[in-house]
Each structure stands twice: as structure tokens, then as C-alpha cells.
Design a protein around this ligand. Structure first.
Ligand code: AMP
Length: 305
């Protein structure tokens, strides 16, 4: 089955303590769509400006990403710039220019409205709701969010939550949303706000999963060289949603455990290079190999002979 993905498509500038790169392809939907495309066809919805490279549309085609929901508007593409500290979990947004995003009201192509799986990647919750309202009874809705929306659009976010099956957010956002210091209380608390399942990302420390009265925790792949953490969360969400869409009809907690490992595997590749550079070259056999490593890493009893 396909997954519909809506989010930002951006041109980024990223600075780490050792490197800086400008005019990179980025945006929550760009990362999520490429992540998902390893497991299922993608219906992509977003907006770009006159300056956005046509070559990206050609690339999407080669990856089974249907971009007929991506509008080319008059003006400049959304731009974001961020800087990381030595602790790569700490990031500061240096500038944002909404540009063509300012007046974006996504209108789904007729053929997209019946898509069974939906990933509302990180954009304003009002736009996420607007997309959901155009869908014909999707089977499973995944949503991502960020601190900005918790702080500035809480009412819209609260309206969205009961319509979401799986909410994905990071640890500081979960704490901010619930005013809890314990992530366990935060995860369980967010489930009470509407979503059936909640995944809390902890960067290099892995992720937690809550819902249906169950709990799961996984580590992150132990990478030595991280070049650019940008998009890791979006790729994680894309990997999870794509894997569910590609393999499952009715989602159970056990399916989400597995999808979370695939999300973590993809995120670990994403951070190995700037922008989408590593994901563009990634092969299925490399994903499968890292998935097996994850399995071995989480075994704590010696296998019986
Ligand atoms: P992540 O590292 O997973 O938080 O995602 C980084 C990506 O999100 C970058 O490529 C940015 O272009 C995009 N981004 C940053 N701020 C926003 C925003 N306010 N709305 C939508 N996308 C954003």
C-alpha cells in the first residue's frame, strides 16, 4: 500500500562545529518521502518555488515517489538555516523564510484521497488538519510535530491529536507538551490526549514506544561519525510509516516495534552525510544488514544451541 506524505520541502543551510553547507535540499517531507520510499510507494504533497531544481522531480520519479501533489508556486522555496553545537542533539534555528509556504493550502489530487496510510510530517498543525480533512477514511495516520507548534499552535495541535493513530515527537517536546519530567509519564500522558500510539525519539539514545497498554524501548545504532543530524527525525518517521504501509494491513503494537527499528536504521544512515546525500545512495541490502545488527544488539540472553 502507498503512504501519503505532506510536509515541508526546503532549501537548507546547515552548520556543525566542523562544517558548513548552504543551499542543501531539505524539508521534513523530502526526508520522510525518501525514507518511506524504501518500503512503499509515496504520494507526496507540498509546495516549492521557482528556484527549486527540476532534477529533484526526476529523482522522485525514479524512487516511486509520485509528486503530482507538489505545487510549484511563484516565488522562492521555503528556506531554513540551523546550527549545531558540539552536542549534536543541541540545535539552534538561525533563520526561517516561509516564502511560498506562507500561502500554502494543500489541495490533494483526487487520486491521493484514498491513500490508506498517511504521514503528516512536520508542518503547522492547521495544514496537517487541512490535509486530513481531504482524505477518505485513511487506515492509519502518523503525525510528527515540533516545539514551535507546541508553543504557538497548541489549540490546532490538540484538535489534531484525536485524529492521529501514531504521534512522533522528541524527548524535549514530549516533556514540554505534558509538563512532565519523566518520559514514561509523558508518553502515557500523550496517549490520553488522543493518539493510540506515541513514539518518543531520544536522538543518539534511541526511542520509546507507548500505546495499547504496552511499552517498547530501543537504542540507536552506535555510529562513530555523524556529519549532519538534520532530517534524522523526519527520516525516522518516513521509515516507520513506509514500513507499515508496505507490510501491514491492520497495525498492532508488534508491527510498530519492528517499524521503529526500520525507522532507526534509516535515521542512522541519514546522519552520515549532509542533506539527503547518504539516503540517495542507500541500498536495501545495507538496510537489511543494519537491521540484523540491531537484532543482535538487543539480545541479552545467549542464544540456545
Ligand atoms: P529535523 O532535523 O528532523 O528536525 O528536520 C529538519 C528539517 O525540517 C529541515 O530540512 C528543515 O527544512 C525543516 N524545518 C525546519 N523548521 C521547520 C518548520 N517550522 N516547518 C517545517 N519544516 C521545518
Amino acid at each position: 500500500m502507498s503512504v501519503l506524505i505532506v510536509g515541508s520541502i526546503a532549501i537548507d543551510t546547515v552548520k556543525t562545529p566542523v562544517e558548513e553547507h548552504a543551499d542543501l535540499l531539505g524539508g521534513s517531507a523530502s526526508y520522510a518521502a525518501l525514507g518511506a520510499s524504501f518500503f512503499s510507494p509515496v504520494n507526496l504533497v507540498g509546495v516549492v518555488g521557482d528556484d527549486f531544481p527540476e532534477s529533484e522531480f526526476a529523482f522522485w520519479k525514479t524512487r516511486n515517489i509520485d509528486a503530482s501533489g507538489v505545487t510549484r508556486a511563484h516565488g522562492k522555496t521555503f528556506r531554513w538555516s540551523g546550527e549545531y553545537a558540539w552536542d549534536l542533539n543541541a540545535r539552534e534555528t538561525k533563520s526561517i523564510a516561509l516564502n511560498v509556504f506562507e500561502n500554502f493550502q494543500p489541495s490533494l489530487p483526487e487520486t491521493f484521497r484514498k491513500t490508506d496510510f498517511v504521514l503528516l510530517a512536520n508542518i503547522a498543525p492547521s495544514l496537517q488538519l487541512h490535509v486530513l480533512e481531504q482524505m477518505e477514511r485513511p487506515r492509519f495516520v502518523v503525525a510528527d510535530t515540533m516545539d514551535l507548534w507546541i508553543e504557538t499552535a497548541r489549540a490546532d495541535l490538540d484538535a489534531l491529536l484525536p485524529r492521529v493513530d501514531l504521534l512522533i515527537l522528541n524527548d524535549s517536546e514530549a516533556r514540554e507538551m505534558t509538563k512532565e519530567t519523566s518520559l514514561i509519564k509523558a508518553g502515557r500522558g500523550i496517549c490520553k490526549l488522543g493518539p493510540r500510539f506515541v513514539a518518543i525519539k531520544k536522538g543518539e539514545h534511541g526511542a520509546l514506544l507507548f500505546g495499547d497498554g504496552e511499552f517498547f524501548s530501543c537504542g540507536a545504532y552506535p555510529l562513530e561519525d555523524i556529519h549532519d543530524p538534520t532530517g534524522a527525525g523526519d527520516t525516522f518517521a518516513g521509515g516507520m510509516a513506509g514500513h507499515l504501509a508496505g507490510t501491514v494491513k491492520k497495525v498492532h503494537f508488534t508491527d510498530l516495534r519492528k517499524a521503529m527499528i526500520y525507522g532507526s536504521v534509516l535515521a542512522s544512515f541519514c546522519v552520515e552525510a549532509f542533506s539527503l546525500d547518504r539516503l540517495r545512495k542507500l541500498r536495501m541490502d545495507e538496510i537489511a544488514e543494519r537491521y540484523e545488527t540491531f537484532k543482535l544488539m538487543s539480545q541479552f540472553e545467549a542464544p540456545e544451541n
